[in-house]
Design a protein around this ligand. Structure first.
Ligand code: SAH
Length: 347
């Protein structure tokens, strides 16, 4: 629940409105899960709360730590399904990459999560709890949140919007809206809806990954519904509505979308929008159909964009020794079962 929802909840159960604020502080600020430990809440109210409510908690199924400091968590939900969360410490920042769905329905051909199909949306509670549990386990505050884990955040619109509100609300986690990034494969109606929500702000990242509709249709089936020009027009709307740049993510797939011509086309395509470019050399998983370009190719691609005046961030590979790329840990856990099961079709 958002702080506003907690207040309404308290009032609906005969409590004073400020109980909602107290609950938000205990749960989100202090990470307290035990209602009885919320000592500034009157005993009668604590007893009533214990009767009607609970603070849920994800269970840690598996944890792996990389030599480079990256830590990856596989969390079990109440129904036994699992999702991944990755903590990436870097120069004073602690960025958490969180999941919004079990599996994904977008069907991007290079993505391991897509192969798992969509099982279900996470609740806002399950999304927010990834951060709470990581803070509890590590004893350190998360400074940045990226919705770049399993799932398409805007396909789970309600869960994502509520989680963003909880992360950014001054009465809850109070993260700067520039430090909460929602990454999308390009669900345009949902981007538009989010721009029109009152009191909702976040940084936007868009996964472009191709410079022609012919290729994007192939590797990101969503492009058949929302092609490149429509997507870029929406980025422009974001630029205007938020007076802010967007991030354009571009996964580099060797021999597929990493040529000099691709880089030049990308530079031309992005001219009308205000953005930074985030190059992500492909993270190869076992049995992958694609390859990661070598460093020289990545540099050449990057240099063309730099020469055209773009700010380019090239993502370093982190956590390679712990299967930190999207979907890998969950896939590893599921393999024995999968061998005897038919793969569900991807929507
Ligand atoms: N569904 C959202 C968020 C999750 S994917 C989206 O599409 O943006 C987060 C990013 O990881 C996307 O840019 C996606 O293109 C990229 N990605 C997926 N699989 C990858 C892989 N194997 N290697 C590198 N990047 C990958």
């Amino acid at each position: 629940m958002t702080p506003d929802e907690l207040t309404a909840f308290a009032v609906a159960h005969g409590m004073r409105p400020f109980r909602g604020q107290q609950l938000a502080e205990w749960i989100y600020r202090h990470g307290v899960e035990d209602l009885d430990a919320m000592t500034n809440i009157a005993r009668v109210d604590r007893e009533e709360l214990a009767r009607i409510a609970m603070v849920s908690r994800l269970a840690v199924r598996r944890e792996e730590a990389s030599a480079d400091g990256t830590r990856k968590f596989l969390f079990a939900l109440d129904d036994g399904r699992t999702v991944e969360t990755v903590l990436i410490p870097d120069e004073g920042r602690r960025t958490l990459c969180i999941s919004t769905q079990v599996g994904c329905a977008m069907g991007c051909t290079f993505c391991l999560t897509a192969r798992q199909g969509l099982e279900r949306d996470l609740t806002a509670g399950e999304i927010v709890d990834q951060l709470l549990q990581v803070q509890r386990i590590t004893g350190e505050r998360v400074t940045n949140v990226v919705f770049m884990g399993m799932g398409e955040p805007l396909h789970n619109y309600q869960g994502t919007v509520r989680a963003v509100r909880i992360f950014t609300d001054a009465r809850a986690f109070d993260l700067s809206t520039r430090r909460v990034t929602v990454s999308t494969a390009g669900l345009l109606p949902q981007i538009e809806a989010a721009l029109e929500e009152p009191d909702l702000k976040f940084a936007l990242a868009v996964s472009l990954n191709a410079t022609t509709d012919a290729l994007r249709d192939q590797i990101m089936p969503l492009n058949r519904r929302y092609p490149i020009q429509a997507l870029l027009a929406m980025v422009k709307r974001f630029n205007r509505a938020r007076r802010d740049m967007a991030f354009i993510e571009y996964v580099l797939l060797a021999g597929v979308n990493d040529s000099d011509e691709d880089a030049q086309r990308l530079a031309r395509l992005l001219k009308p929008v205000r953005c930074k470019v985030n190059l992500i050399p492909y993270n190869a998983a076992e049995g992958a159909d694609y390859r990661r370009p070598d460093d020289a190719r990545v540099d050449a691609f990057r240099q063309i964009l730099l020469n055209a005046g773009y700010t380019v961030l090239t993502r370093r590979q982190r956590g390679a020794d712990i299967r930190a790329a999207c979907g890998q840990l969950r896939q590893a856990e599921r393999l024995p079962r999968r061998l005897t099961e038919r793969q569900e079709p991807v929507a």
